[in-house]
Design a binder for this molecule. Structure first.
Ligand SMILES: Nc1ncnc2c1ncn2[C@@H]1O[C@H](COP(=O)(O)OP(=O)(O)OP(=O)(O)O)[C@@H](O)[C@H]1O
Ligand SMILES: [Mg+2]
Length: 233
């Protein structure tokens, strides 16, 4: 459903991505792995139109996203769970969630479905978001992305700083999305966590694709895994 074709992305004059290509199929979970500074967040920002590639093309269901504004890309069905969560601190949980509500051509989610997935949110609706724990904020960030009716969700380091139980909840959501026909791109520093849900893998190194293939292939080859991810393990 998503095709990233030979993109070059820059910050000012500094090139961060070099000829990066990969595809994500319907209901596929792709993990983007790589060390700090490899270009993982930049790849997500390129897809979202936040940092526009200077070269190449990005297509969703065959339609180029390159000339579209970020809000149009969201309406086309791409959801985002940013690494810093971007919750509005002075607004309630309910308001933060409602800010995410959008209709797209993909499955719509209701607030009650979100609170069924993340049951602690049920009792936190009136709370100011700045008083939430890190795990609760992540639930709001993911819930808000689901309320945007995505066909593809971009997760930037969703396990970062979270207790193992919450990480399991996040992984369960990614599996649930897959069962519902929704694709994910999961950026992770922790390859073990990512490989436990991924169908396919892209390893970035210094802004280039160092390896791509099936998650099974990487899991079955510890030497290759060490070679590609040695520093990140
Ligand atoms: N706003 C920015 N301005 C200038 N350079 C940037 C900016 N954001 C990122 N970069 C540079 O682009 C390169 C890729 O950064 P990016 O944030 O995509 O890496 P990452 O793989 O997400 O790393 P991390 O695992 O640390 O989050 C790095 O060299 C980084 O310093
Ligand atoms: Mg990053």
């Amino acid at each position: 459903m998503l095709e990233v074709r030979a993109i070059d992305t820059y910050y000012g004059e500094t090139q961060a991505l070099f000829d990066v290509s990969f595809d994500v199929g319907t209901a596929e979970v792709l993990t983007l792995l790589g060390a700090n500074g490899a270009g993982k967040t930049t790849a997500l920002r390129s897809i979202l139109g936040l940092t526009r590639p200077r070269k190449g093309d990005i297509l969703l269901d065959g339609q180029s996203l390159m000339a579209r504004e970020t809000h149009e890309i969201a309406r086309a069905g791409i959801g985002w769970v940013p690494d810093d969560r971007r919750i509005c601190p002075t607004l309630s949980v309910a308001k933060n969630l409602s800010l995410g509500i959008k209709r797209t051509r993909y499955r719509a989610w209701s607030v009650s479905e979100v609170t069924e997935i993340f049951s602690p949110l049920k009792y936190l609706m009136a709370r100011e978001a700045e008083t939430l724990s890190g795990g609760e904020m992540q639930m709001v960030a993911i819930g808000r992305a689901l309320l945007g009716s995505p066909g593809l969700v971009l997760f930037d380091e969703p396990s970062q700083g979270l207790a193992p139980k919450i990480v399991d909840d996040v992984l369960s959501v990614i599996r649930r999305l897959k069962r519902e026909g929704i694709a994910s791109i999961v950026v992770e520093q922790n390859a073990e966590i990512a490989l436990s849900v991924a169908d396919s893998v892209v390893v970035l190194a210094q802004g280039t694709v160092a390896w791509k293939g099936a998650a099974e292939e990487l899991k079955a080859d510890p030497a290759l895994k060490r070679k590609l991810l040695g520093g990140a393990q």
